[in-house]
Design a binder for this molecule. Structure first.
Ligand SMILES: [Zn+2]
Length: 253
């Protein structure tokens, strides 16, 4: 840890030398323009590859940059970034040479993580025909990295957080990027937003329907039944069944 702390002190000195007010300014709050959702891989440093500094980018990373609709961590980051911080650009950043993607494409078990990797296997299933056409394994994995990013952009659009934000005055833009660890270049997959509209009849939801229901007055409730009323009903029922029984007995007789 000494090395880490020494690096930190050096960085503080450098920053202070350039701008003595640097940390005071950052301490006042953040208003990042970007939300970066990338892989945990140590070779994909979010700030370095995007040239962003402190305060400019909100970051969430997990294995293979997945957007899983039951992941409270991801959803909390997304909701806070969109609704509180008001980020303008949300990028899913995959990378070639992703170990998570390669593990998902194999049939080996790795433990708990296998369950997480199932999300990538779902991407394989959705695009199996296209992937099987690529004979070279390296190229097939590269394409799977692209497809995984595209599907994660779609997954973003499936959330009610993004759907609501898209109806706002200043909707965020969604992007799918892939970083090539072989040459350091970040590629824009130019994920089309109309692709997201393709599935709106399945995944589209409206907050207004719920609010309308909430705004409507409660339906008039039936007057509460008194114990006497209930007793009367029970009595009537008993008489009716006694009459029926009587009729039945007469028939049999
Ligand atoms: Zn990765």
């Amino acid at each position: 840890m000494e090395e880490i702390l020494a690096n930190n002190r050096k960085w503080v000195e450098e920053k202070m030398a350039q701008d003595p007010d640097y940390f005071n300014r950052l301490a006042t709050g953040q208003k990042p323009r970007y939300l970066f959702i990338g892989c945990s891989d140590s070779r994909v440093p979010a700030s370095a590859i995007t040239g962003t500094g402190p305060g400019e980018m909100f970051v969430h990373r997990n294995i293979a940059n997945l957007v899983v609709n039951s992941d409270m961590n991801l959803l909390s980051v997304l909701q806070y970034a969109v609704e509180v911080l008001g980020v303008q650009d949300i990028m899913i950043v995959g990378h070639y040479g992703c170990g998570g993607v390669a593990a998902a494409a194999s049939n080996k078990q790795y433990g708990l993580i296998d369950n997480w990797l199932t999300n990538i296997r779902d991407v394989i299933r959705l695009h199996e025909t296209e992937l099987l056409r690529i004979s070279d394994e390296k190229n097939r994995l590269r394409r799977l990295v692209d497809l995984n990013v595209i599907e994660q952009v779609r997954n973003l659009a499936k959330t009610n957080i993004i759907q609501n934000a898209m109806r706002s005055e200043n909707p965020p833009r969604l992007h799918g990027l892939v970083y090539d660890i072989h040459d350091g270049v970040l590629h824009n997959l130019e994920v089309k937003t109309d692709m997201l509209e393709e599935f709106v009849h399945i995944y589209g939801t409206e907050a207004s329907a719920q609010s309308d229901a909430a705004a409507q007055p409660e339906p008039a409730t039936q007057p509460e039944e008194t114990p006497e009323g209930t007793a009367e009903k029970k009595k009537a029922k008993a008489i009716k069944s006694a009459e029926e029984q009587d009729q039945l007995m007469r028939k049999v007789g």
